[in-house]
Design a protein around this ligand. Structure first.
Ligand SMILES: *[C@@H]1O[C@H](CO)[C@@H](O)[C@H](O)[C@H]1NC(C)=O
Ligand SMILES: *[C@@H]1O[C@H](CO)[C@@H](O)[C@H](O)[C@H]1NC(C)=O
Ligand SMILES: *[C@@H]1O[C@H](CO)[C@@H](O)[C@H](O)[C@H]1NC(C)=O
Ligand SMILES: *[C@@H]1O[C@H](CO)[C@@H](O)[C@H](O)[C@H]1NC(C)=O
Ligand SMILES: *[C@@H]1O[C@H](CO)[C@@H](O)[C@H](O)[C@H]1NC(C)=O
Ligand SMILES: *[C@@H]1O[C@H](CO)[C@@H](O)[C@H](O)[C@H]1NC(C)=O
Length: 639
């Protein structure tokens, strides 16, 4: 990468961003990006509905639905989705009362209209005793609606849904924009993404081109799509029965690569799919490769520049050497002088801790970490990762045998600082219950993403409260990826003789046998939850016997068993919470943590399960403490 002239890279980055990074036909509708899992109102995505940006206020459209046990015939589906059953039966070629085999796709012709800000088709649903808004949106309506849209349009508190009452279910639909109409598109079909789908296959299924789908949903060719979300498919004619059948499976994807290997998402034409939480390489990664590519081309001979982000997978892609590829990715290459300037020449006043410095780059805060030796592992992982709960690596610099990594800045420092700092702080500078639950939820989200939705998946291997960073809003970000390694999906479990990590967080099977699986992160996360609950460190000196070390995780079994669990748990909980916490939820977290730190890895829950449990605890916590952080005086702080 030393070969890349900064001036060239800067100019071309700008150029390529302007030219290629925005869909040519202008953003149409925002894709949900897995935000449908989020029931509390975070802004910034299309969870509430597709905006009314079309040429017309109402139109006819096609929803999709997958036949499921209670909703299998056109009549049943028609009732559920509030559409004319004979229209459903005609287009799908089945009689009104006859059943479609479970999980087959069904087209649902429906009307779509703008109600204020969002396009929607209203259905009505009678609540059952097991329902929550999330279950209605995700399980019953399969993602045609979202929890947030239901909350926004119904009067009932999400914790107290009245059984037997009706709720309005706004189904997601949209009408073509002027540009889409100009391109000949007449309908936007709301396709329900299923596990294993990718944009190419969906395009093939509906006999259309991938680019128009990407444009319609404001996606890039490397974006990840998620099951139980809607993807708009622009169609020039009504969908035909061929679209009901899954297209033949695409050729098998290339084998997962090790972090140092050259072939990565950028070099594969396959658009990959998240099965749940996760986001693929960002648009910038592609631009990064493009920048290099453009420079490379320029150096060789003046040839026409490639057209748009479709560069990935083009034959010339093979020419991108591993050295260059591993260096550019989505990252900025900084000059050492720039970093010196940004950190006051790495002065003491800029030092955060150890070899980490605060920097100001283009007016934004950043953290610069100086590392010796080979740091390609961390760079390789982080440049592929794009998740709000994983610290973002924005660039790096090589100088004098050191590598300087430039990260987003976590204004509140590490979780361990907050939990274990000298206890001379005032009570008001301690984390409140809601913040603790949110942090646990965030970390679980990040780990679940690493375990399941990156390619290849990773084990973090060094999770501890000091590798969890907090931003200004106390949102948690995983950092410290130096020890992370891919989860091998073939060739059996990974074993190592070289056990590294931090005392107090190491799972027994790793310590004893060097066995590396995602379950060692689950174990360490259990310890972090116990720290959040108790305020104690992962290891601490035994009272009365300073030489003896107590492992925090070894205590919880005793707390939750035998007599008088309630009072034992109350005294386990961090005194700084001052009894200002919902006991039942604390109990739920303690039990979950206990399951995470069981010695037998097979008995530990998966990170997905942990994440879902914490999502429930988090939602209940919001009901317990609905206040805004800024008015939550008990726990808000000035760093
Ligand atoms: C339509 O697309 C063209 C480019 O294809 C763009 O310049 C224009 O702004 C778009 N207009 C609207 C209304 O979307
Ligand atoms: C929501 O908006 C607030 C400010 O209005 C912003 O700080 C926050 O980052 C936004 N959240 C999301 C998820 O976009
Ligand atoms: C459903 O549509 C058919 C025409 O396709 C029409 O004959 C019928 O009356 C409609 N049913 C209702 C309940 O609107
Ligand atoms: C059903 O189809 C008929 C004609 O095909 C149309 O007039 C009617 O509006 C459709 N009903 C619905 C609910 O889409
Ligand atoms: C959404 O619903 C599907 C289908 O019932 C279910 O398999 C899936 O687990 C649900 N997602 C979540 C996050 O609960
Ligand atoms: C759908 O329901 C919303 C309320 O949730 C209402 O404002 C809107 O007018 C309804 N739309 C139609 C077409 O009935």
């Amino acid at each position: 990468m030393g070969k890349l002239k900064p001036s060239c890279s800067t100019a071309l980055l700008l150029f390529s961003v302007l030219l290629f990074c925005f869909p040519s036909s202008q953003a149409q509708q925002e894709y949900l990006n897995n935000a449908q899992l989020n029931c509390d109102g975070t802004n910034g995505s299309s969870t509430l509905g597709y905006s009314c940006n079309g040429q017309r206020n109402s139109c006819s459209t096609f929803l999709t639905f997958r036949s499921q046990t209670s909703y299998q015939s056109p009549v049943q589906i028609g009732q559920l989705l509030n559409v004319n059953a004979s229209n459903v039966s005609t287009i799908n070629g089945v009689a009104d009362g006859s059943q479609v085999p479970v999980s087959n796709l069904v087209f649902v012709p429906s009307a779509c209209s703008c109600s204020g800000k969002y396009y929607q088709h209203n259905a009505s649903y009678t609540l059952k005793s097991t329902d929550t808004y999330f279950i209605v949106a995700n399980n019953t309506y399969q993602g045609l609606s979202t929890c947030q849209a239901l909350i926004a349009q119904n009067p009932y508190n999400s914790r107290n849904l009245p059984v037997g009452e009706k709720v309005v279910v706004p189904l997601r639909c949209a009408c073509p924009t002027a540009n889409q109409t100009a391109s000949g598109f007449k309908f936007l079909l709301a396709y329900l993404v299923a596990t294993g789908d990718d944009v190419d296959a969906i395009a093939q299924r509906f006999n259309t081109d991938s680019q128009s789908i990407l444009d319609a949903n404001d996606l890039s060719s490397s974006s990840v799509i998620y099951p139980f979300t809607t993807l708009l498919v622009p169609l020039k004619t009504e969908p035909t029965k061929e679209g009901l059948v899954n297209p033949p499976p695409p050729p098998s994807p290339p084998p997962p690569t090790s972090p140092g290997a050259t072939s990565d998402k950028g070099s594969s034409n396959k658009k990959w799919i998240g099965i749940g939480i996760g986001i693929g390489v960002g648009v910038l990664a592609i631009c990064g490769v493009l920048v290099w590519f453009l420079c490379w081309r320029r150096r060789r001979e003046r040839q026409p520049i490639p057209q748009g982000p479709k560069i990935a997978g083009s034959p010339s892609d093979a020419l991108v050497s591993s050295e260059i590829r591993s260096v550019i990715g989505s990252l900025t290459l900084y000059k050492f002088q720039e970093l010196e300037r940004a950190t006051g020449s790495f002065g003491e006043d800029h030092r955060i801790k150890g070899s980490v410095y605060r920097a100001v780059i283009n007016g934004d805060n950043a953290a610069v970490k100086r590392l010796k030796g080979d740091v390609s592992n961390e760079i390789d992982i982080l440049k592929h990762v794009n998740h709000s709960n994983v610290v973002r690596l924005s660039g790096f610099c090589l100088h004098g045998g050191n590598t300087y990594l430039v990260y987003e800045f976590a204004e509140r420092g590490s979780l361990s600082d907050w939990l274990h700092r000298k206890r001379d702080w005032s009570v008001s500078s301690h984390l409140g219950w809601r913040q603790r639950v949110q942090i646990a939820h965030d970390v679980a989200d990040g780990l679940n993403y690493l375990h399941n939705y990156t390619s290849p998946p990773y084990v973090h291997k060094n999770l501890k409260s000091s590798s969890i960073l907090l931003d200004r809003e106390f949102r948690a970000k995983l950092s410290n990826f130096g020890l992370a390694r891919p989860v091998e999906d073939s060739g059996g479990p990974l074993l190592t003789r070289h056990v590294v990590g931090t005392q107090g967080y190491l799972a027994p099977e790793y310590l004893e046998h060097g066995l590396i699986t995602p379950k060692i992160d689950v174990f360490a996360f259990g310890v972090v939850m116990l720290e959040l609950l108790s305020g104690k460190e992962a290891t601490f000196a035994k009272e009365g016997d300073e030489k003896k070390e107590v492992l925090l995780w070894s205590l919880i079994g005793e707390v939750l068993s035998g007599e008088d669990v309630r009072s034992k748990l109350r005294s386990f909980v961090d005194p700084y919470l001052q009894n200002d916490y919902p006991f039942d939820l604390a109990f739920a977290v303690a039990e979950l943590a206990m399951r995470c730190v069981t010695c037998d890895p097979a008995s530990r829950p998966s990170m997905t399960e942990v994440f879902l449990s914490l999502a429930a605890v988090y939602n209940s916590t919001l009901d317990w403490d609905p206040s805004d952080f800024t008015t939550n005086s008990g726990s808000i702080v000035n760093g």
